[in-house]
Each structure stands twice: as C-alpha cells, then as structure tokens.
Ligand binder design. Structure first.
Ligand SMILES: NC(=O)c1ccc[n+]([C@@H]2O[C@H](COP(=O)([O-])OP(=O)(O)OC[C@H]3O[C@@H](n4cnc5c(N)ncnc54)[C@H](OP(=O)(O)O)[C@@H]3O)[C@@H](O)[C@H]2O)c1
Length: 243
C-alpha cells in the first residue's frame, strides 16, 4: 500500500479543481484528477504529470451512480484507501435575469442534482475508503453565497447576489457538512466547507477578484489540516464564515 497520501478531486479538469490538484500534487500527494469526461480527465493528468506531479486521471460524473461506483472501485483496487476527498464539482445555472420566485424548477433540480445530491453520493461511496485512512479529510466546495446570515443582512458582501438555486444549494452543502461532521466527530476524519473566494474561472466569470492559484488555497488548506484542525467548519482563507 502506498505511503503517499491519495487525494481525489472532483471536477479537476479546469478551474479551482485543477489548481487544487496541482497544489496538492506539489505537496507530494498522489492526485486523482476527476472529470466526467475521459478525455478531459486524461488531459488534466497529463498536464499535472508534465509538471512532475504524481497525477492520474479518473472518470467521475457526480450525477451518475455507476460512474461514482466505478471510480470508488478503481481507487480501492489501486490504493486500498483514500486520504483526501475534495468535493469540488459544481454548477451555477440560474438565469441571472430572473427573480428568485421566477427561477424554473428545472434549474433548481439540476443545480441540486450536482451541487448537493452529487456531492452526497460521492461522499457516501468514498467514505468506506476514507475510513481506511489514518486521517481522512473531506472538503466540500461551498461558497460565501451559501451564507444565509449574509443573505439576510442588508449591506453584506452578497446581499444583492440572489441566484437562488445556486445559493440555496450551497447553504444545503453547509448544512450537510455539519450533519456529517457530527457523525465523524469521534473518528480521525474531518469534513469542512470551503469558500474559495470569487475566482476567475468559467463559473466565477471575468469580473472575479481572485486568480485561480489563490482560489485553490482554502481547499488545499482544509485538505491538509492537522489533527488539531476544525471539523464541521465553514472557512475562507483561514477565517470562519457565518452560516
Ligand atoms: N469561481 C468562483 O468564484 C467560486 C466561488 C465560490 C464557490 N465556487 C465553487 O468552486 C467549485 C469549482 O468551481 P470553478 O469556479 O472552478 O468552476 P468551473 O471552472 O466551472 O469548474 C467546475 C468543474 O465542475 C465540473 N462538473 C460540473 N458538473 C459535474 C458533474 N456532474 N460531474 C463531475 N464534474 C462536474 C466541471 O466539469 P466540466 O468541465 O465537464 O463541465 C468542472 O470541472 C464549484 O463547486 C463552485 O460552486 C466557485
């Protein structure tokens, strides 16, 4: 069994996920770059390997139970355990021109399918392998847009950003993180929610304030926290956010 840590990052073919894989790889961790498309998974791994990292592409579509099971079976076969799971895959598909009450149910369902149910399905499938790690770490990509406190507070940084399906899916990711953290509190596994910042990716858009290397830092920090680190926290760059 490998003595190097093994990390799986979903949605690692671009954006914050690819950069998280790169930064974890730079710490000597074996990274499994997840992508729902086989070619994209291979390309991501090739890019990381060219930079001298121990990276492998893995197909995982978080909306597809068979795909998740195949990924879990492959990790079990090749490594026998998983040390780090970064639930990074996510979508933002709200119609920016619509008010919260007008957003279609289709948008709500598709958003929750990936951002919440896909994250839960992936976590459930990988938890048995994380339990075999000496110190499993789960990082759930949330967003400051998931903060109910900020959304209810006039003048807060997100008060006017009402993209309801996305925002509420991330509030639900936060709530799930707390539920799972409770279950895992007496184990060596820690699960936390990360707000990466407003990052210049396809999802974040060009107006975003943060470059991708900085945008991966919160995920990387939570993926590598020590035994004295938080469990069930909602963090950005070392700071705790209000739920
Ligand atoms: N960028 C920001 O400002 C910001 C702020 C707060 C939170 N976040 C969160 O950070 C995470 C990464 O976002 P990003 O900005 O890096 O976005 P991005 O560049 O659009 O990347 C999203 C990734 O998720 C993947 N994905 C989507 N649906 C998937 C599925 N069903 N199965 C597997 N992979 C899937 C995408 O794959 P494809 O290429 O195949 O579509 C892509 O690899 C997301 O959870 C997002 O909500 C981002």
């Amino acid at each position: 069994m490998s003595s190097k840590k093994i990390a799986l990052i979903t949605g690692a073919n671009k954006g914050i996920g690819l950069e998280t894989a790169r930064q974890l790889g730079q710490q000597g961790i074996t990274v499994l770059a997840g992508a729902r498309d086989e070619t994209k998974a291979k390309q991501a791994a090739e890019e990381l390997c060219k930079a001298g990292l121990d990276a492998h592409g893995i197909v995982i579509d978080v909306n597809n139970a068979d795909s998740i099971q195949r990924a879990a079976a492959r990790i079990e076969r090749d490594y026998g355990r998983l040390d780090i799971l970064v639930n990074n895959a996510g979508v933002m598909i709200d119609d920016h021109k619509k008010k919260p009450s007008e957003q279609s149910l289709e948008v709500w369902r598709k958003t929750f399918e990936t951002n919440l149910f896909g994250l839960i399905a992936t976590t459930q499938a990988l938890l048995p392998l994380l339990r075999k790690s000496a110190a499993g770490r789960i990082v759930n990509l949330s967003s400051i847009l998931g903060s109910i406190h900020f959304h209810a507070t006039p003048g807060s940084p997100v008060y006017d950003f009402k993209l309801p399906a996305y925002n509420v899916s991330k509030s639900a990711v936060n709530a799930y993180t707390v539920q799972l953290a409770y279950e895992l509190k007496d184990t060596t596994i820690k699960v936390n929610a990360a707000h990466p910042g407003w990052v210049k990716t396809e999802l974040g858009g060009e107006g975003a304030t943060m470059d991708i290397p900085d945008g991966a830092k919160t995920s990387v920090a939570l993926a590598t926290i020590g035994a004295d680190g938080p469990n069930g926290a909602y963090m950005h760059m070392g700071e705790t956010l209000p739920w």
